[in-house]
Design a protein around this ligand. Structure first.
Ligand SMILES: O=C(O)c1cc(=O)[nH]c(=O)n1[C@@H]1O[C@H](COP(=O)(O)O)[C@@H](O)[C@H]1O
Length: 239
């Protein structure tokens, strides 16, 4: 994977997506289809975006018993997306089952990357301690989930940029760290708690960044995309 900037298509339906994509005429993009869009449009949104030449991260964050996740992944493997995810909190057996499902369903196609969400970037350490009753630091919890994902054979994790460096140091550079919670300095963080700029994510060795509202809610999405890309590539001097 060549350090992509992944745009989160958090839209209510195809019309909004198509309107958004008119700003990107000739660009081949890496797009994230999440629950909001997929639950409205189903598999056809993946087929249509693939048809246009885009790469797709299908972000459905599966979290269920191993057998159910295995069967669901078997179905998702046939959609032709490039990346899928699960919640690491579902456990090692569930993550192994996810991979088995993907292998079983891929046919002659390539297996999509499978990554595990560690602690959501909207979660703070205080929240994790008091609501999830996990009595360690947020960093320790993320590293623990990342190690579990690696043991299960997954390709990487979703984490914040603040944890990317340590995960790579412990689990290797080839273990993917996909980092949402990305904002330029002047952007509103919204519900995100563990936030950083694209440039910071790159400096910490993140494999990919996921950018949603900073681009999708911008008055000029293409210009904002280029700014984020330049920050990610170290061209724009954004701290
Ligand atoms: O798995 C994800 O993509 C994800 C994990 C996580 O910990 N935090 C997180 O924000 N995301 C997703 O990344 C996107 C971030 O969107 P913005 O906050 O608008 O940039 C959303 O689509 C989230 O669903």
């Amino acid at each position: 994977m060549k350090k992509p900037l992944i745009i989160a298509l958090d839209f209510a339906g195809k019309d909004e997506v198509n309107r958004f994509l008119t700003h990107f005429e000739n660009e081949k993009l890496f797009l994230k289809v999440g629950m909001e869009l997929f639950f409205q449009e189903g598999p056809s949104i993946v087929y249509e975006l693939k048809e246009k030449g885009h790469e797709i991260f299908l972000d459905l964050k599966l979290h269920d018993i191993p057998n159910t996740v295995k069967s669901a992944m078997k179905g998702l493997a046939g959609l032709g997306c490039d990346m899928v995810n699960v919640h690491a909190a579902g456990g090692k057996a569930m993550m192994e089952a996810a991979l088995e499902g993907l292998e079983a369903g891929r046919g002659s196609g390539k297996r999509p990357f499978c990554i595990a969400v560690t602690q959501l970037t909207s979660t703070s350490e205080q929240q994790m301690n008091s609501e999830q009753l996990i009595p360690v630091t947020l960093n320790e919890s993320v590293l623990h989930y990342a190690s579990l994902a690696k043991e299960a054979g997954l390709d990487g994790v979703v984490c914040s940029s603040l944890e990317a460096r340590e995960i790579s140091a412990r689990l290797g550079e080839s273990f993917l760290t996909v980092t949402p919670g990305i904002r330029l300095l002047t952007d509103d963080a919204g519900d995100q708690k563990r936030v950083a700029t694209p440039k910071f994510a790159r400096a910490e060795g993140a494999s990919a960044i996921v950018v949603g509202r900073s681009i999708t809610k911008s008055e000029n999405p293409f210009e904002k995309y280029i700014q984020c890309k330049q920050s990610w590539e170290g061209v724009l001097n954004e701290a």
